[in-house]
Design a protein around this ligand. Structure first.
Ligand code: 2NL
Length: 340
């Protein structure tokens, strides 16, 4: 009996209780309805009378010791309750699913940043334009097909006939009217044309136009600027070629191709085995366009260029259907997650 008591006291005093399961085990063993002290109390009647008091005291001491060990650990564990599931502050955060930038925005940003590095500022203007800023000031003759309902969306606002701008040149006309040369500006924005929607045409697209006006600006300046842009956008090894073209607002005018970004000019199905891909149109600003904006063409000259952002994005990301840009299909959009 004596021996058993000492053993149990030792067990109580050295109990290792680290969680609520251990504590419950301890409670059942020493304090539960069938606890291990009960048989000791029943055995007490067999203890010789002279020892009864002492042994009884010992059992009570054991019971009290068990109770106090239980109390002590149960308090300790409840103090720790909040921190039992420890938060590891060094863990990386849960990724926040915030979507992706639209490829048109990615490319617009990139074009802007390339031109900002060579001194261009950004200008913006209205999408609903008057005839002067969209056509007349840009040397479009009255009978030009772009002025036809079939090519341009016309709207009536406040009794005035207005057009949804067909290019952002209208913004640059406003810049020329409102500031003095030197002018170095690029105009990104949405433009509208009355086309039926297909893989290669849409009723709206995004443009970046550029305008440089100063004394003695030459075609060589234009060519060098476009070469710089092409190499920043498509890589240092990119070559350009200019083909004669026509725009009402530039003279001379040119279409610019870059050496194919896929085959570097050797010929592949992307460049249709020509080695070249068309990226933009450009030219020297027509003297009558300068005049229309009150800039003296004898004192100043300039160049301008315009490109479709969709086209640049198509070459950069191999987008083969224009409609993908505006369908909001997440399977398309989420592919640009890593692009910035
Ligand atoms: C294209 C071609 C071009 C311009 C835009 C321009 C603007 C002013 C004066 C003269 Cl204010 N020209 N812009 C010039 C040549 C071409 O765009 O294919 N765009 C998508």
């Amino acid at each position: 009996m004596q021996h058993k008591l000492e053993e149990l006291l030792n067990e109580v005093n050295t109990a290792s209780i680290t969680d609520s399961a251990n504590l419950e085990e301890f409670r059942i063993r020493f304090l539960g309805t069938k606890n291990c002290l009960k048989p000791l109390f029943s055995e007490l009647k067999n203890v010789p009378n002279e020892d009864k008091k002492l042994v009884g005291q010992k059992i009570n001491e054991l019971k009290n010791a068990a109770q106090s060990v239980f109390d002590q650990f149960s308090e300790q564990l409840s103090n720790n309750a909040g921190t039992e599931e420890k938060v590891d502050f060094s863990r990386p955060g849960e990724p926040n699913n915030i979507g992706a930038r639209h490829p048109i925005s990615v490319v617009r940003k990139e074009i802007i940043s390339i031109f900002e590095r060579i001194g261009y500022g950004v200008s913006e203007g209205p999408e609903v334009e008057d005839d002067w800023h969209n056509f007349s000031a840009l040397n479009f003759p009255e009978e030009h097909p772009a002025r036809d309902m079939q090519d341009t969306f016309f709207v009536e606002t406040e009794g005035k006939e207005m057009a949804l701008r067909t290019h952002t040149s209208s913004v640059q006309v406003r810049v020329m009217e409102n500031s003095k040369p030197p002018i170095r500006t690029i105009s990104p924005g949405r433009v509208f044309r009355n086309e039926s929607i297909s893989a290669r045409a849409h009723c709206f697209f995004h443009q970046v136009e550029g305008l440089f006006i100063d004394k003695d600006v030459s075609f060589a300046d234009l060519k060098q600027t476009i070469l710089f842009f092409a190499q920043e956008m498509f890589g240092k090894k990119t070559q350009i070629r200019l083909r004669p073209s026509y725009f009402p607002f530039t003279e001379p005018s040119a279409e610019v191709d870059v050496s194919c970004t896929i085959c570097s000019g050797k010929g592949c199905n992307v460049c249709k085995y020509t080695g070249w891909l068309e990226i933009l149109g450009c030219g020297m600003v027509d003297p009558s366009v300068l005049e229309a904006a009150n800039i003296d063409p004898k004192e100043y000259s300039g160049f301008a260029f315009g490109m479709g952002i969709e086209r640049i994005a198509q070459l950069k990301y191999r987008v083969n259907d224009l409609r993908l840009y505006s369908e909001n299909d997440v399977r398309f959009l989420k592919q640009f997650k890593s692009a910035f």
